[in-house]
Write a protein that binds this ligand. Structure first.
Ligand code: C2O
Length: 483
């Protein structure tokens, strides 16, 4: 992504600094030296690279290893120690709500600065793990306890591969095509403030995010997941996809001021001092302070990027993101999905609902909402959804045209600080492209829709006995939505 020369004129220094004071604090150098200097710094901002292309002797890998080793050597009482950084996540991380992306972006930013400081490598940029193109945990992260990047609690091996329905190109493409912030990046939390488990998961969080955590399992399956050095590479990939969605594809974040103005006070800087950063500042970070090597499956096609002043305004303004649903049609009563066994539901649907998503308006979508999902104790499986395929099973390939989407659950927040009682988030699956495809391939029968839900064990659990668990879903409904 190149910064256009027009950016210097597009930025009123005073306006920008006042909107993003926290951002200005750590990019002060951009603003103090006059704009020739700032433009050059923006253009030469560090590039976060795909770790699959880096050899063991690449300075990025060498520095990351050294940083992790140095942080692990510090006592937990030191705020920049490995354990203290993981504790921040354990105590504060927002999930299942729309603070998920900005919070983790800022978390990575300060972590990257700690890595620089502790190694003295000022040019370090955090690499990312592109699980779409490299679905196994990269080789740098294996080799036993002598390697600081190894984590002995992982339940997968170096050759295991994440399921393509969670991380593959078709899945990621489909998620990036969701133009609505809540659908993409999770819902506004009920009380407006971040919680461990908010009201609902958007598809980026539910599918590749939760899926990678629970597939790797061990530390990664818990809120102490940053103890596994792969955590930071995983979240950096999600950050890269948010950049692609927001800055390259110009899908707007929410314009809700309770999101934009929320101040995150949970992190420490590279000297261990407390920091604070507004959510709106995190939106601008990848435009001014770092950039990515391309990470998304559609990186070379279909970009409609805004530039300069228009882009800056777009990023700062956002758009309404509340999902408006048409009449919902549901299955009655609780639905129980036992691990490994398909469950079939028939849901009545007006012809007009299907018709509306067959037109050319990409904002008309057909959405499946699974409400009040009980997070099962065992998270050794994820859910797949097929449309109008009554014989779908755990073995039906996800290349089948009837496949609609997968999602996964992540750590159970019961017993977490601030969490009491049961927490049952909702999940949404955008089934629009499946319905469009089935309609193209022979017509989509009107009047009803058949859904098959399958709790599919992760690959490394398939040879073992499938846990005797049931996912309980209090409500299943299909509705048209205006994204
Ligand atoms: Cu806050 Cu992927 O975890």
């Amino acid at each position: 992504m190149n910064v256009p020369p027009s950016i210097s004129s597009a930025l009123s220094r005073r306006e920008f600094v006042s909107r993003a004071s926290a951002l200005a604090a750590f990019s002060l150098a951009f603003w103090t030296g006059g704009c020739e200097g700032c433009l050059e710094q923006i253009e030469n901002r560090p590039t976060r690279k795909n770790i699959a292309n880096l050899s063991a002797t690449d300075p990025v890998v060498v520095t990351y290893k050294a940083a992790v080793a140095a942080m692990k050597a510090l006592p937990a009482s030191n705020p920049i120690s490995w354990q203290a950084q993981a504790n921040i996540h354990n105590n504060k991380c927002p999930h299942g709500c729309w603070f998920f992306l900005p919070w983790h972006r800022a978390y990575l930013l300060y972590f990257e600065r700690i890595c620089r400081k502790i190694t003295g490598d000022a040019s370090f940029a955090l690499p990312y793990w592109n699980w779409t193109t490299s679905p196994s945990i990269p080789a740098h992260f294996w080799g036993g306890s002598s390697n600081p990047l190894w984590d002995g609690t992982r339940q997968v091996t170096a050759s295991d591969q994440a399921d393509p329905s969670l991380v593959g190109a078709a899945t990621i493409d489909n998620i990036l095509s969701i133009p609505n912030f809540e659908g993409f990046a999770s819902y506004k939390p009920a009380g407006g403030l971040p919680t461990h488990l908010g009201s609902g998961y958007g598809m980026l969080e539910a599918t590749p995010h939760n899926g990678i955590h629970s597939w790797i399992s061990g530390d990664m399956g818990t809120f102490q997941s940053p103890l596994d050095p792969i955590f930071w590479m995983h979240h950096n990939m999600l950050d890269c996809l948010w950049v692609d969605w927001n800055i390259n594809l110009n899908h707007a974040n929410t314009n809700d001021s309770s999101w934009a103005n929320y101040v995150i006070n949970d992190f420490v800087d590279e000297n261990g001092n407390p920091t604070s950063i507004e959510v709106i500042a995190t939106v601008l970070l990848p435009y001014f302070t770092y950039q990515f090597e391309p990470c998304s499956p559609n990186e070379t096609t279909g970009k409609k990027s805004l530039r300069g002043a228009q882009l800056k305004k777009f990023l700062q303004t956002g758009a309404p993101s509340t999902l408006t649903f048409g009449p919902a049609h549901g299955a009655s009563g609780e639905v129980s999905v036992p691990a490994g066994k398909p469950v079939r539901l028939t849901i009545p649907l007006e012809a007009s609902g299907v018709q509306s998503v067959l037109g050319s308006d990409e904002r008309n979508r057909l959405v499946l909402t699974l409400g009040d999902v009980d997070i099962p104790d065992s998270r050794e499986f994820f859910l797949r959804v097929f449309v109008n395929k009554s014989d779908a099973s755990a073995n039906t390939p996800t290349t089948d045209p009837h496949f609609a989407g997968s999602f996964a659950v992540f750590a159970d927040p019961k017993g977490m600080p601030g969490m009491t009682g049961d927490h049952r988030p909702k999940f949404l699956v955008d089934i629009t492209s499946t319905v469009q495809r089935l309609n193209r391939d022979g017509g989509f029968p009107q009047g009803q829709i058949d859904l098959t839900l399958i709790a599919v064990p992760y690959q490394h659990h398939r040879t073992q006995e499938i846990p005797d668990e049931v996912v309980k879903i209090q409500s299943v409904s299909v509705a048209t939505a205006r994204f």
